[in-house]
Design a binder for this molecule. Structure first.
Ligand code: KIV
Ligand code: ZN
Length: 516
C-alpha cells in the first residue's frame, strides 16, 4: 500500500497559536512523544526567529533519530544558515524554505515580481542543499497563486534540487475541490514530479473549518505528505489536525487506499500532552480526542452499542489509545501496578519521571480513596508540565467567607532555596492569593483567563485550574492540580510566572521578525 508521510508542525506552526509558547524542555518532551507516535517529519521550529527557537531545534535534532527533524527558513541567506546550523546534528535533517507566490503577497508583502521570486527561491534551495540533501520548498499562499505561475515555480524548485514541494493553503481559503485540483494539475503538467519521485505535500489552515477536508482532498489527488498539528493547534483557527487526518485515512482505507506509519494508540496521550503543555484545551466535542468523541448519551445509541459496538461506533476508542478499565488504583497499589497502568494509558516515562509521578500518586491516594485513570493522566500531565527552578509553593493559608475580608498568606521557595512569605487581601480568595504572589515575585501580570474543572466525578476529585496571564503584551498560560482548588489556583499562577521568567531569560533579541 502507498504511504502518506505525516509531517507534524505542532512545534512550529502549532506554537504560533497565541498563548501557546513552549520552553525547550517542553518542546523536547513533545518531540520525543511525536517520535513514539511515529510521525515521519517533525518541524521543530523556525531557528532564525529567536535564540530560544534555535536552541530548541538544535536540542531536538541532537536527540531524535527516527523522525526527520526539520527547521523552517525564509528565502534569506541568514535564515537558511541558522536553520542549517540548527538541524545539522540530526540523524535525518531537513530544511524547509518558503517564499510567497500569490499576486496579493507579491504586490503587497514582498513587492517583488515573479522572476525575482523564482530566482530567490532557486538560490535559497541551492544554499539549503549545502546542509542537507533533504530540502522542502513551499510557495506560500499557493492556493491563491495563479496555476501557471505555481507550475513554473514548482518546476524551477525541483530543478534546483527540492525533493518535497509543499503547497500551503496559508489563509484557509481553499475548498476541497479547488485544493485537490492544484495537486492533480501539477502532477499532470509536470512529468518531472514523477520522474524525480518528488513528494507533493498539503498544508492547510482551518479558517473556514475545511483544513482536514482539504488535506484529504489533496491526498486523493496525489499528495503523499500531509502537514498537520496535534489537536489542530496553529496560527489563527489552526492547522489540519493530525489525529483527524490519520484516523480518516485509517478508518476509510477502503476509500483512500493509502496508509500512514502512525501508531494510532499513541494519539490520545499525545493529544493530552500537547494540551497540557501548551495550555490549549481540547473542545469537548472535538473529533477523535475530545471528551465526548466516544461518549454515547442517547438511550437508543447506548442500547445499540451494548448489542453490537459498530452500530454506532466507527472506531474503537482503544485504537486511538483511550483504554478505559474498571481497575481502580488506591493507596495499597504498588509501584508495579502503577507503572502498568501508566504504560496502558500510553505514557512512556523515564525512571525519574515515573518515581516522581508515583510519589504524587501515593500522596493523592492518601487523600482520595479511589484513583481513576483520569487522575493518573492528570498527575502525569502535570508532572511533565512542571516549570523548572524559580518559585515553588511552600505554604498557603486562606481566610474567606461571608462578612470576612478574603486574606491569603503565601510562602514560596525561590531557586536559591530561600523562603519568602507575604500576605495580602483581595476581592476574593483567589485574588488575595494572586496579589500575595505578585508582591513576593515582583511580577505584575494581569489575569486574562481563569478556568477550573474537576478531573473526575465526586467530591474528592482533583481540581484542575488553567489560567492565562498577560505581561508586556505577551500571553502565558499555567496549570495547577490539587484536591484543594485554592492550592491548584496558586500553583497555576506560579507555573505561569515561572514560565514567563524562563522565557524572558532565554529569549535574546531575534535576528529577524518571527512573522510567517
Ligand atoms: O501556512 C503557511 O503557508 C506556512 C508556511 C511557512 C508553510 O506555515
Ligand atoms: Zn501554516
Amino acid at each position: 500500500m502507498e504511504m502518506v508521510r505525516i509531517f507534524d508542525t505542532t512545534l512550529r506552526d502549532g506554537e504560533q497559536s497565541p498563548g501557546a509558547t513552549l520552553n525547550l524542555h517542553e518542546k523536547l518532551e513533545i518531540a520525543r512523544q511525536l517520535e513514539l507516535l511515529g510521525v515521519d517529519i517533525i518541524e521543530a521550529g523556525f531557528p532564525i526567529s529567536s535564540q530560544g527557537d534555535f536552541e530548541s531545534v538544535q536540542a531536538i535534532a541532537g536527540e531524535i533519530t527516527k523522525s526527520i527533524v526539520c527547521g523552517l527558513a525564509r528565502c534569506m541567506p541568514r535564515d537558511i544558515e541558522r536553520a542549517g546550523e540548527a538541524v545539522k546534528r540530526a540523524a535525518k535533517p531537513r530544511i524547509h524554505v518558503f517564499c510567497a507566490t500569490s499576486k496579493i503577497h507579491r504586490d503587497h508583502k514582498l513587492k517583488k515580481g515573479k522572476e525575482d521570486i523564482i530566482r530567490i527561491s532557486v538560490e535559497s534551495i541551492k544554499q539549503a542543499l549545502a546542509y542537507t540533501r533533504d530540502v522542502e520548498f513551499s510557495p506560500e499562499d499557493a492556493s491563491r497563486t495563479e496555476l501557471d505561475f505555481l507550475e513554473e515555480i514548482t518546476h524551477a524548485a525541483i530543478e534546483a534540487g527540492a525533493t518535497t514541494i509543499n503547497l500551503p493553503d496559508t489563509v484557509g481559503y481553499a475548498t476541497p475541490s479547488t485544493y485537490g485540483l492544484i495537486f492533480s494539475h501539477l502532477i499532470r503538467k509536470l512529468p518531472i514530479i514523477r520522474e524525480k519521485h518528488i513528494i507533493l505535500s498539503s498544508h492547510c489552515h482551518d479558517d473556514l473549518g475545511m483544513a482536514v477536508a482539504n488535506s484529504l482532498a489533496a491526498v486523493e489527488n496525489g499528495a503523499r505528505q500531509v502537514e498537520c498539528t496535534i489537536n489542530g493547534i496553529g496560527e489563527r483557527a489552526g492547522n489540519a489536525s493530525l489525529e483527524e487526518v490519520v484516523m480518516a485515512l485509517r478508518t476509510r482505507q477502503d476509500y483512500y487506499k493509502v496508509g500512514t506509519r502512525i501508531d494510532t494508540t499513541k494519539i490520545y496521550p499525545t493529544s493530552r500532552m500537547v494540551s497540557t503543555l501548551t495550555g490549549l484545551m481540547v473542545q469537548r466535542n472535538k473529533a477523535i480526542v475530545g471528551e465526548n468523541a466516544f461518549a454515547h448519551e442517547a438511550g437508543i445509541h447506548q442500547d445499540g452499542i451494548l448489542k453490537y459496538r459498530e452500530t454506532y461506533e466507527i472506531m474503537d476508542p482503544a485504537t486511538v489509545g483511550i483504554p478505559r478499565s474498571s481497575l481502580v488504583l488506591g493507596k495499597h497499589s504498588g509501584r508495579h501496578a502503577f507503572k502498568d497502568r501508566v504504560t496502558q494509558l500510553g505514557y512512556t516515562l523515564n525512571d525519574e519521571q515515573l518515581e516522581a509521578a508515583f510519589a504524587r500518586f501515593k500522596a493523592l491516594a492518601d487523600k482520595k480513596k479511589e484513583v481513576f485513570d483520569e487522575d493518573i493522566e492528570a498527575l502525569i500531565d502535570d508532572q511533565l508540565n512542571i516549570s523548572h527552578g524559580l518559585f515553588t509553593l511552600e505554604g498557603l493559608q486562606v481566610t474567606s467567607g461571608t462578612n470576612a475580608i478574603p486574606t491569603a498568606t503565601v510562602t514560596l521557595k525561590d531557586s536559591n532555596g530561600q523562603k519568602l512569605q507575604d500576605a495580602s487581601i483581595g476581592d476574593g480568595p483567589v485574588d488575595a492569593i494572586y496579589s500575595a504572589i505578585q508582591r513576593l515575585t515582583g511580577i505584575r501580570a494581569s489575569l486574562s483567563d481563569y478556568r477550573i474543572r474537576a478531573v473526575t466525578k465526586g467530591k474528592e476529585a482533583l481540581g484542575e485550574v488553567q489560567i492565562e496571564l498577560e505581561h508586556n503584551g505577551r500571553k502565558i498560560r499555567g496549570r495547577g492540580l490539587s484536591t484543594d482548588i485554592l492550592e491548584a489556583s496558586a500553583m497555576a499562577y506560579l507555573a505561569a510566572i515561572n514560565r514567563l521568567r524562563n522565557a524572558s531569560s532565554r529569549e535574546k533579541p531575534a535576528e529577524a521578525p518571527a512573522g510567517v
